[in-house]
Design a binder for this molecule. Sequence first.
Ligand code: NAP
Length: 436
Amino acid sequence: MSDKPAFKDIKHPAQGERLVFKGGNPVTPDHPIIPVIEGDGTGRDIWKASRRVFDAAIDKAYKGKRKIEWLEVFAGEKAFKTFNNWLPDDTVDAIRYYGAGLKGPLTTPVGGGIRSINVALRQTLDLYACVRPVKFYPNAPSPVKEPWKTDFCIYRENTEDVYAGIEWKSGTPEADKLIRFINEEMCAKDPSMKNKRIREGSGIGIKPSSKHCAQRLMRRAIQYAIDNNKPSVTIVHKGNIMKFTEGAFREWCYETALTEFRDRVVTEEELTKQEDEHAKKGGVKVTISQEKGKIIIRDRIADAMLQQILLRPDSYSVIVTMNLNGDYISDAAAAQVGGLGIAPGGNVGDIGAVFEATHGTAPKYADQDVINPTAVILSGVMMFEWLGWKEAGKIIEASIVKTLEQKRCTFDFSRQLKGATELKTSEYASALIENM
Ligand code: NAP
């Protein structure tokens, strides 16, 4: 009997296979089926261009031996128009069954309306690590003087924090009930809180932070640092203010590093202590360099970190942080290396991943064939690496470098780059293919 889920509105492709997982990593067949959500707004133009680039690179790398069977699945406006459902079960079931997905941006209204489909997908499929590399490619326009110094990877917690979606609107019976409970049962009866009160009529949002989620994220980030010879992992938090959520996140990350990776890591505090001891003995203050092969684990407060990534980006190589901090830091860091048009990402779990750019739907550019598809194309490169198809990823990355060297780019780059040739989205994809 087949274990394939029975879909309502989509069909399993006749050709191709699903991924299987061993120890949290995919085992990729030569002909995998990858579900794709095209996305709203500019997602349509971007997917058309990206698919051509992906197929050309796979063809170039594997000469027909390997191929991806793209399976369109639906979410967002296209799903709502076609099936009257923003996120059909078929879509979630297909990504879960086939083990991976590629996703364009989806609209989320501000204030009321539907909740984020992006967040729902990450939570439902438990894709707990949002991985966002930030790296400079020569000729990408940048507002900073030395953009090449920015080269780090952000590990953003993807399932908790204020993104949990547990909130109640101001003035509703639920919000009022919770406010009464917190004021009368929790604050009034706790001596350390007795002067605290939530103002009547407030809206309420909940910020959960668990040891389980901090640990699994930190484990993945340290493993990435080990596999890629990175010198440090920096925990970014706002634990000075939010002690039991952000502060606890910091503690749990340190605990993971020191219990699970003790022989591979040294904390910044341990290094400082060694320096102080050395100074006491010899009377001279010296900098003790980290032991060969050991990764420095340290932490920074989130607001200070936004300054650090601008002033001393080369001090950072892996950043681990909760959901909201990660969202802010990744957009700010993206600006330093060329903007959202070139900022890729992946949402990774233990038995699946969905790759998507950092940017949103950029609706004012929808269907004009002008948007920069590089962020989604680089998200595809991340997917190829994750699949173990490094050769295809390398071909694409090299063609991006070459095309930028030729100063052939979309409007977001050409408007800041002297002597550039402005290309449409589709023309830029053709230039990438030509340069492979
Ligand atoms: P956005 O869509 O990321 O666009 C903001 C601005 O960034 C654009 O106006 C454009 O700047 C620039 N930009 C973004 N992507 C670009 C690209 N590929 N090429 C060139 N420039 C690009 O952010 P938003 O306007 O705040 O959000 C729009 C919608 O997207 C909202 O509904 C939001 O909720 C949703 N969203 C979805 C995701 C997701 O699906 N994962 C992520 C973020 C936001 P200029 O105007 O300066 O040219």
